[in-house]
Design a protein around this ligand. Sequence first.
Ligand code: SF4
Length: 389
Amino acid sequence: MTTTFNEPSATPLALLLLGREADPQSERGVDCPGDLPPASDPDLVARARAAKEQLGDRVFILGHHYQRDEVIQFADVTGDSFKLARDAESRPQAEYIVFCGVHFMAESADILTTDRQQVVLPDLAAGCSMADMATAEQVAECWDVLTDAGVADTVVPVAYMNSSADIKAFTGRHGGTICTSSNAKRALEWAFEQGEKVLFLPDQHLGRNTAVRDMGLSLDDCVVYNPHKPNGGLTADQIRDAKMILWRGHCSVHGRFNLDSVNEVRERIPGVTVLVHPECKHEVVEAADMVGSTEYIIKALDAAEPGSKWAVGTELNLVRRLAKAHPDKEIVFLDRTVCFCSTMNRIDLPHLVWALEELVAGRVPNVITVDPDTAKYAKAALDQMLALP
Ligand code: SF4
């Protein structure tokens, strides 16, 4: 059986292009400092290939699963954010790590690689809206609120990999750990052995889904800290009674799926298995048949029976690629409308060609560096994750 992938319809919202001016609160919306080749240049593929060949082992290109095909074809390795950071660490001979992903991933790669290596993000506008939802100042203020409520000593911070280096460093300074969507359960088990409460940053959905589905906590054990409200919108009693203090952040891509998407696809495709990422809302995760990280989703579809039917709730570039790789299975996108990660999509072939040709010319563009003090504490939190039982 061979199936074709039906493209969801485009919506202007999902394809929103980010502005070009700098926003001091975000790494997004930053001018490209160079002359980008036009996207219509028919030689882009040949130019990328030639530049990569000229650089040889001096360059190592990492491609996140959510990147466009036009970029992924030049990646030396593909993976999720944590796997890519580890891959970068394992290639000390490469002078330049070109990270086709978003800003926080490039920061993690810089933290884990040697000082001799430089991490390049082809477009500085490739940020992550979720990572932007927790700033260092906001999290420091939250810690003051927890201190005033008399609970800070009992709270262990757990930060999702999808956070800025500043937030990872905060976590390291306060004896916490980083987690990924694959090891969030182990991270929470460890954290609850160290303290009585967890401050989960910045994705409320991953925190809630893991606490309720995997740890046996109830929704009432969780409160949401809203950094835009005084005291996070919580009373001292609510903070004292909670076990999970969830930061009010979410992924703008996975947060788009809702219960209607699940019900609609079940009606449209009888016998379909709904497979979603744990960054989706709790109601979506509860209604799905299977839940897991990006790597889990890839493996589940690799192992699926020919002829089986799947509706997948994660980023569209990846779902489209998986549908193409498995023509013997029916793989559809969970939502009817387009759901790319617009910031991931900032890295396109013109930006990759520009970055590689700059390296060939002896100039290193868009270097991502984390200051040594931040890197030290962020690494402590990353190391704690690696030491999880
Ligand atoms: S998919 Fe979501 S979490 Fe991942 S980079 Fe995009 S906005 Fe951030």
